[in-house]
Design a protein around this ligand. Structure first.
Ligand code: PLP
Length: 370
């Protein structure tokens, strides 16, 4: 029997055709398709913010932090329970990620805890849209306003999700998305940065392609800069036309992705509500496009082993970063450490069949009835 997969990309003939078209044009780097993808994201989000596509969500976070001028000695508040990419992006600019507690019901950054960790070196806060939800973001912006911090939203998991009737990315300080293979939409790998800060966006545009001044517009019309100048550190973080071609098609499919992911979440919620050893996170599920479906489970490790034995892949998102060797801290974060013992991610992706999901739910029930 094949494994029931935890997550996967969903690629139709449309994505394949779009890639083939780029291959046939033989202009694979950053050009017209990237421009189109950026315009399409902007139109979809109905935002005034500017959109810059890059080659990963991690690159988006790193570029945001580095163009803000963050450096050694600066501190950034980050929830400890997040993908290590959030922490790596901060340490990549030489700054220190300050691990904060999360709200135990949503796993979103706990702003009361974050407030206690603010020092004269704190420059920014990086809330993470954990499992696509950003319930509590208003508190982050209030705290940031009070202390003059920049907000870099790690919205890697939240493309297509909403909060207070607005799509994520419609407004805010700096928003970073990921389009890696298993995200709500994918461009193979990929990411995007959105902001209304024009000066910052111009710097980001240059920095994504080795700091070459004003190269973006040239590339969009299949040209290159020859007699250029460079003022700042840059990176090879630009998106390619191949990636953008996949992303454009995936964005056209966002409603089908949303419906399917939301219906998977609803099925889980209904099936699991009578199992008192399992808690579902406190999200507004009708607002989000759930990238992952996380539960808090008693005897998590045993349940996980049982599911794996039954060919059901499941994940743990995430080991708190302050428990990793590189990011160890002197203090404890008891809430995050306790939650880490309980969280389990169940299969959730566009191609998950009803039969597969029924099997997952049946096996979870079976485990607790044993
Ligand atoms: C919360 C979070 N931040 C950042 C990233 C990094 O995105 P990417 O894999 O596109 O570099 C991810 C992707 O897994 C993520 O889940």
């Amino acid at each position: 029997m094949n494994n029931i997969r935890l997550s996967k990309s969903s690629i139709s003939d449309l994505e394949k055709k779009a890639v083939l078209k780029v291959l046939e044009k033989e202009y694979l780097g950053m050009g017209e398709e990237v421009k189109q993808f950026e315009e399409k994201i902007k139109a979809y989000l109905k935002t005034d913010m500017q959109v810059v596509c890059v080659n990963s969500g991690t690159a988006a976070l790193h570029l945001a932090l580095s163009t803000l001028g963050l450096k050694y000695g600066d501190e950034v508040l980050v929830p400890s329970i997040t993908y290590v990419a959030s922490f790596q992006a901060v340490s990549a600019v030489g700054a220190t990620p300050i691990a904060c507690e999360v709200n135990p019901d949503t796993l979103f950054i706990d702003t009361n805890d974050a407030r206690k960790r603010i020092t004269k070196n704190t420059k920014a806060i990086m809330p993470v849209h954990y499992a696509s939800s950003s319930k509590g973001m208003e508190d982050v912006y209030s705290l940031a306003k009070e202390y003059g911090l920049r907000v870099i939203e790690d919205a890697a998991q939240a493309f297509g999700s909403m909060r207070n009737n607005s799509l994520i990315g419609q407004e805010g300080d700096i928003i970073c998305f990921s389009f890696d293979g298993i995200k709500n939409i994918t461009s193979g790998e990929g990411g995007a940065i959105l902001s209304n800060d024009k000066k910052l966006i111009n710097k980001i545009k240059d920095a994504r392609l080795l700091g070459v001044e004003k190269d973006t517009e040239k590339r969009y019309s299949s040209q290159r800069s020859w007699d250029f100048d460079v003022f700042e550190q840059g990176f090879r973080y630009h998106m390619s036309n191949i990636m953008a071609a996949i992303g454009i098609v995936q964005l056209d499919r966002i409603n089908e992705f949303r419906n399917k992911r939301q219906s998977i979440a609803t099925n889980y919620i209904n099936a699991l509500k009578n199992i008192h050893e399992i808690d579902v996170l406190d999200f507004n599920f009708c607002d989000i496009v759930p990238h992952i479906f996380v539960v808090k489970a008693d005897r998590r490790n045993e349940l996980r082993e049982y599911l794996l034995k039954n060919n059901i892949e499941c994940g743990i998102h995430y080991k708190p970063n302050h428990m990793l060797s590189k990011y160890k801290v002197d203090h404890r974060l008891p809430i995050s450490e306790k939650i880490y013992e309980k969280i389990l991610t169940l299969p959730c992706h566009f191609d998950l069949t009803d039969i597969e999901q029924d099997t997952v739910m049946q096996k979870v029930k079976e485990f607790y009835e044993k």
